[in-house]
Design a protein. Structure first.
Length: 221
């Protein structure tokens, strides 16, 4: 059972998400928060698999809450999906930098939200197609160069794999591109994550752009 905490200052939004998610046999909403501070407390108390985190909330906002949860070693198993109302939200890129596993717009299709919860609970990153390009462009404008030492820690194959992750390819697609097994592709991704200290694939995407391994407009297809 995937345990979910909802963090949004609008009770109607939370009620809609709860009804949708609780209708799934493998998902259970275990708590609700109306602000970031409450979300942090619930994350510590309930240890959910996923937190659906609105960015704009009173008091402690979703960005600060995401950073606090993601930086707590005791909450390493808690994954955060940032929810945004606007397709271009200046805080989404920063949320990914501080540890969010991905993001979705609030008006996404119900099926996409359910799939996103399952994907993130399984340890994958989630980058909503409707906002990925804009966020990537923001990374390109604001990214600081990655530490050369961290980039040097990667093998040539690992650099290639990180660039493909940054371009949005799944493990199966990376395997097909490199003509290796999916298990081998997954091993390369996992090793790169360990070397770079990345919590998940979303942070590998951040690193790929900060390191210049992928650039806006570059196609992996």
């Amino acid at each position: 059972m995937i345990k979910v905490v909802l963090a949004d200052d609008q009770s109607l939004v939370r009620a809609g998400f709860r009804a949708l998610l609780d209708s799934e046999p493998d998902i259970e909403v275990v708590g609700e928060a109306g602000d970031g501070a409450h979300a942090v407390r619930l994350a510590g108390q309930l240890r959910p698999d996923v937190v659906l985190m609105d960015i704009r909330m009173p008091g402690m906002d979703g960005l600060a809450a995401t950073k606090q949860i993601a930086s707590d070693p005791d909450l390493s198993g808690v994954r955060i999906i940032v929810l945004t109302t606007f397709e271009l939200d200046e805080y989404v890129a920063e949320a990914l930098r501080v540890g969010a596993a991905g993001f979705l717009v609030k008006n996404t299709d119900p099926e996409e939200l359910i799939r996103g919860v399952r994907v993130v609970a399984a340890g994958e990153g989630l980058l909503s197609p409707s906002v990925t390009r804009r966020v990537i462009e923001q990374f390109a404008r604001t990214a600081t160069p990655a530490e050369p030492r961290r980039l040097a820690d990667l093998t040539d194959r690992e650099r290639e794999v990180v660039s493909l992750v940054g371009a949005g390819l799944s493990n199966d697609e990376i395997a097909a591109r490199l003509v290796v097994s999916p298990a081998t592709a997954k091993t390369h991704v996992s090793r790169a994550m360990v070397k770079l200290g990345a919590r998940d694939r979303a942070q590998l995407v951040v690193f790929a752009y900060e390191a210049g391994l992928v650039r806006p407009g570059w196609s992996s297809r």
